[in-house]
Design a protein around this ligand. Structure first.
Ligand code: HEC
Length: 128
């Protein structure tokens, strides 16, 4: 009887340890927006340009804008700034229906990358 009780207790303990272990490992599920998404000090020249290099410059670079990007050269700070301050840029990448959804023909940017654009816009669209 005593042995059974001890066995039961140790199973319970092991179960609890396993459960909490899994819980902490899956923080990304508990916080789906990514506690690991760093949106502090976002720079246009590094953070945002590297996202646009992957998803936008194939159409919106200086070289490609007139043929593929509707004339919008997103390598140009003033163009990015004016699209950002009018709200068009965020509407395009969040695909909220108020602008053409971007990237055209591609899959939507990750929440983390979208948050980086909005953090940069909220910091006043600096040329940084
Ligand atoms: C395959 C080509 C292509 C890619 C890739 C692409 N775009 Fe575009 N984009 C266009 C074209 C063409 C237009 C102009 C026609 C239109 O508005 O649909 C446009 C228009 C826009 C506009 C203006 C939308 C409006 O309604 O006025 C924004 C902002 C924009 N793009 C941002 C982006 C961003 C940011 C990315 C990357 C995340 C991106 N685009 C990727 C082709 C592309």
């Amino acid at each position: 009887m005593k042995i059974k009780f001890l066995l039961y207790c140790s199973l319970l303990f092991a179960g609890a340890a396993l459960y909490t272990g899994c819980y902490y490992d899956k923080a990304s599920l508990v916080y789906p927006n990514g506690s690991d998404c760093d949106t502090t000090g976002i720079q246009l020249s590094t953070d945002l340009n590297s996202i646009m290099q992957t998803s936008c410059f194939s159409c919106h670079s200086a070289a490609n804008a007139s043929s593929f990007g509707g004339g919008y050269n997103l390598e140009n700070y003033n163009t990015v700034k004016s699209l950002a301050t009018s709200g068009t840029l965020m509407s395009a990448i969040t695909q909220d229906g108020n602008a053409s959804p971007m990237p055209q023909g591609g899959s939507k940017l990750s929440d983390c990358n979208i948050n980086k654009f909005s953090a940069w816009i909220n910091s006043g669209t600096p040329n940084n």
